[in-house]
Ligand binder design. Sequence first.
Ligand code: GTP
Length: 341
Amino acid sequence: MEAIILAGGFGTRLKPLTYTRAKSLLPIMNRPMISYIVNQLPDEVNRVILAVNYRKKEIEEFFEGNDFGKEIIVNEEKTPLGTGGAAKFAEKHITGSFFVLNSDIISSLDMKKMVDFHYKNNGFITISLWPVKNVSEFGVVDIEGDRIKKFVEKPRPEEAPSNLINAGAYFMEPEVMDRIESGRLVSMEKEIFPKVIGEGKSFLGYRVSGYWIDVGRIKSYLRVHRILMEKTGKENFVGENCKIQGKVSGSCLGDGVFVGEGTEVRDSILYDRVHVSEMAKMKNCVIGEDCEIGRDSDLENVVIGDNEVIEDGSMIRDKKIWTQKIPEGYPEEQVGNVLKR
Ligand code: GTP
């Protein structure tokens, strides 16, 4: 069985962190995000097709250096093809029913149970569903029993047919491929799903219970750490060779991080080799690799790209910091985005 993992996005909402790394390799508790999805796959999945383009080489290298016990195929799109287009582009590797998965969703979805549900109910397509409070910000499903009738984009709460949204994991029959045109950007959600529902095929919804986080934004990137760290029961997650002289709470530190005396780091993510000098304060921040944070600085809701230097005594709030060149070809806006959020 195959799983196509969509990992070709630029992750523009996570810049400047994604200026220097693929979004799917952003660390979550010091492990690349994509490794959580691969580890979640059921044993039946013996082949993983990575649908990539931006920073393909890094993703390839990560899988070359880490064995997940599955065949890994790196399928490079020359230009982003969207969910449907990327799946179609992987068609030659598909031998039967297959998964299509977003690489930026961290959840407790039991994929094995989802497969069993699909077969038991004779599904043509089964998608995962997650309940939300704020229906008017999402596309919700109109569902009868387990069968999805249609998608309703951003309904008013009183008009919402349910509180369930597309949770970004799909399991489908290979004949779905016949409905996707090759060689162009195709949205599975906007083009293929309505087409399949219109044909009266069995289009099913499988509810996720537990937790579900779409790690598309900095806020959710910080939140996924809080949720997973809580599960470990530890106050902090600290990498190797760190030197902590100050106080650190609710935070995740990469390898070789230094936190100076009198400094307080709260609810933040510090990548490898970040150096925070003495008497600084930091809350709700993400600090890129090799950054230097000056003494007496005070940072809140700040995201800093790799290799930046923050002067002593800086007071910064609600800001993304990147003073270096933006990588060539990196888009200003979202491109080929899959789920509108
Ligand atoms: P933003 O630019 O911040 O919207 O991030 P993104 O580029 O990752 O887009 P989005 O969050 O909508 O993408 C959801 C998932 O699909 C992510 O795992 C992306 O890597 C992936 N993805 C998005 N567009 C494409 C595409 O055209 N091709 C492939 N192969 N993957 C894609």
